[in-house]
Design a protein around this ligand. Structure first.
Ligand code: AMP
Length: 192
């Protein structure tokens, strides 16, 4: 199975669609946000560092994230195929991911971009705040996360297009979770 990078703004559904893809294709899954939240819960040094960035809606330093990612990737059997959820978020992270995979004789596979309007994103994140109690899902931090997304992460979309692996899925066009999933599964099956 190829690797998959799932890409989109906060609240675009990266975690939700990753879970569906993992269930259907039995892939590995690395959510860098989940890795960091687990470290915070465990009270580790990394967790302490991560907390201040996450609470401010800022990205952790690239070098730190690249180490975390490579370490997580090496836990999966080679060739299983892994979904990268929440990584890369900057161009240096994307370049490091490509290099890390090439060193192992692997490649990035395909990139799935979830496109969702900002009003829908904000509603979803505020609902998630009530349902899951994530500390960074408050209006002030969400606005910072959107700003960081636009300045540091969104430019990566074109980087993936130049790599020839970008596939986009628009909520406005596909209209529902089922519609999104059908289109995503079809694209994965075509690429497999
Ligand atoms: P997420 O659950 O993917 O929305 O991530 C929550 C927070 O974790 C982000 O707002 C960042 O502070 C941090 N984070 C997660 N992934 C990364 C990454 N690839 N690079 C830098 N910071 C990250």
């Amino acid at each position: 199975m190829k690797n998959i990078i799932i890409f989109g703004a906060p609240g675009s559904g990266k975690g939700t669609y990753s879970d569906e893809i993992v269930t259907k294709y039995h892939m590995g899954h690395i959510s860098t946000g989940d890795v960091l939240r687990a470290q915070i819960k465990a009270g580790t040094e990394l967790g302490k560092t991560a907390q201040s960035y996450i609470d401010n809606g800022q990205l952790l330093p690239d070098e730190l994230m690249i180490d975390i990612l490579a370490n997580a990737y090496d836990q999966f059997p080679a060739g299983q195929g892994v979904i990268f959820d929440g990584f890369p978020r900057t161009i240096p992270q994307a370049e490091a991911l490509k290099k890390m995979l090439a060193e192992r004789g692997h490649d990035m596979g395909m990139m799935i971009e979830l496109i969702v309007g900002e009003d829908v994103l904000m509603q979803r994140l505020l609902r998630r705040a009530i349902e899951q109690g994530r500390a960074d899902d408050n209006e002030e931090t969400i606005k910072k996360r959107f700003a960081v997304y636009h300045s540091q992460t969104a430019p990566l979309s074109d980087w993936f297009a130049k790599e020839g692996i970008r596939h986009t899925f628009s909520w406005a066009e596909l209209g529902s979770k089922e519609g999104m999933l059908e289109a995503i599964f079809k694209t994965i099956d075509e690429q497999a």
